[in-house]
Design a binder for this molecule. Structure first.
Ligand SMILES: [Zn+2]
Length: 460
């Protein structure tokens, strides 16, 4: 067996959470050996990491391209992913145009430009898309689909997406349920509650609230919870497996746990900004996002949810939004969204592991969960036969966050100025080093599209 790369003296974080002193070998892009430290081998490339932590490459389950420069975002935003140790991005492909062109255009652009691997979450927004969802799944190996309970008015038009009514949702969930291994993602905020709350909040006079407190009040927790309960019920009737994305509140997580208590397959994703920011934070309008960043107390419940396994995945909702589309504008006019892919791991390592909220093993477990739920068969684990997506982290090394360092097209970070541990020393994609000490050494197009079959993990 030829060893292409040997990573020597690792503290490897296994999917069980166990930490193993080992050398890791790769062959033809896969992990080919996890052996005792110092085992002799002839490897073409050899790195002694001197006892640094080695984790599976991070999977960002919630990643947008097209917020800045169309499909050219694949290049800049996956470059930022590589810097942050993210080796797989799950990219939303959605729009009101014909998917016969849109899907291959995105996959082709990603194959040409991406620094890391990517899978596609497909938006199901129109009647034409709804009736063809099985065809797209089959033709392109897509196993995750997104629909929206809100964005059925002017707001959706501004974002160039369109929300779905309950009849559409039920039919969508039924169609998704018939695709082997498929999971439905539904953006859960009750349209009518949000519309009324926005009107009422805008009319408030003389209140001392921050921009993010206003935004939270205009898209209240009750809207999130109601939509989650309804969507869980519809998914149960349809027999669909659900992944509730961007869970922002303690109450939303409780609603998901209730559905599980009735025996339903409902997974939960949260995002770093719900874990490490709150609505009193000085970040202000830059932190506008849907659902909103909540008030104090919610983050503690979300951390606890990750610790217990109730929240199974963490994604970023990354989008390359420029400061100019936010700063200086009212919270009502500013664009929602912000970048986050490169700070996903550092937030988990700093606010989670270093602060004692999570054991290190949980960071690895999140990746295995993401791969299992989303059908990324060769991703998410340090195990022989899996893709050699590996990151090397020195947990003692702190770095201040700056937009420049993150290498996204976006020119700010909501974590700007924070001193974080967990920026990887090395990001390895299928056995090749793509970033080292914050410098990108891979090339655009090295990333591949991941077609999924829905058949689960292979036996190595
Ligand atoms: Zn969403």
């Amino acid at each position: 067996m030829t060893i292409d790369l040997a990573l020597v003296n690792c503290r490897a974080v296994m999917p069980t959470g166990a930490i193993l002193n080992a050398d890791i070998w790769t062959t033809a892009g896969r992990i080919s050996g996890i052996v005792a430290p110092g085992t002799r081998t002839m490897a073409r490339e050899r790195y002694d990491v001197h006892g640094a932590v080695v984790l599976p490459g991070i999977i960002d389950t919630h990643f947008h391209v097209g917020f800045h420069a169309g499909v050219a975002d694949f290049e800049t935003e996956t470059r930022s992913a590589a810097v942050g140790g993210v080796t797989t991005t799950c990219v939303f492909v959605r729009g009101l145009d014909d998917y016969g062109e849109l899907i291959p255009a995105h996959i082709g652009a990603g194959e040409d430009r991406a620094y890391v691997d990517f899978a596609v979450h497909l938006g199901v927004l129109t009647e034409a898309q709804l009736s063809a969802v099985g065809d797209w799944a089959q033709r392109y190996g897509i196993r995750s689909f997104k629909m929206y309970t809100c964005y059925r008015s002017a707001e959706g038009e501004q974002l160039r997406i369109r929300g779905q009514d309950d009849g559409f949702l039920l039919e969508g969930l039924t169609r998704i349920a018939s695709i082997p291994g498929a999971v439905a993602l539904v953006h859960c905020e009750n349209q009518e509650i949000v519309e009324r709350a926005i009107t009422q909040t805008r009319a408030l006079a003389g209140v001392q609230l921050t921009d993010l407190e206003l935004w939270d009040r205009s898209r209240p927790v009750v809207a999130e919870v109601e939509a989650i309960r309804r969507v869980c019920y519809l998914a149960g009737r349809a027999g669909a497996e659900l992944l509730i994305p961007h869970v922002s509140s303690a109450d939303a997580l409780a609603a998901i746990e209730e559905a599980r208590g009735r025996g339903q397959a409902v997974h939960a994703e949260t995002c770093p900004h719900y874990l490490a920011l709150d609505s009193a934070d000085a970040i202000g309008v830059l932190g506008k996002i849907n659902p909103p960043i909540r008030g104090q107390g919610h983050a503690a419940a979300l951390w606890a949810g990750i610790r217990t396994g109730s929240i199974e995945v963490v994604g970023t909702d990354h989008g390359a939004v420029l400061r100019a589309r936010k700063a200086g504008q009212s919270v009502w006019d500013a664009s929602p969204g912000f970048p986050g892919v490169a700070t996903l791991l550092p937030v988990l390592m700093t606010e989670g592991v270093a602060e004692g909220r999570l054991p290190l093993g949980t960071v690895a477990r999140l990746q295995a969960n993401a791969a299992r739920i989303l059908g990324l068969e060769r991703k998410g684990q340090i195990a022989v036969g899996f893709d050699a997506d590996l990151i090397v982290v020195d947990p003692g090394h702190r770095q201040a966050v700056s937009a420049e360092r993150l290498q996204s097209a976006a020119d700010f970070s909501v974590f700007e100025g924070r001193s974080l541990v967990g920026f990887p020393q090395m990001t390895i994609l299928r056995g090749r080093v793509v970033a080292r000490d914050g410098e990108v050494v891979g090339c655009p197009g090295a990333g591949s599209y991941i077609a999924r079959t829905g058949s689960g993990h292979p036996q190595p």
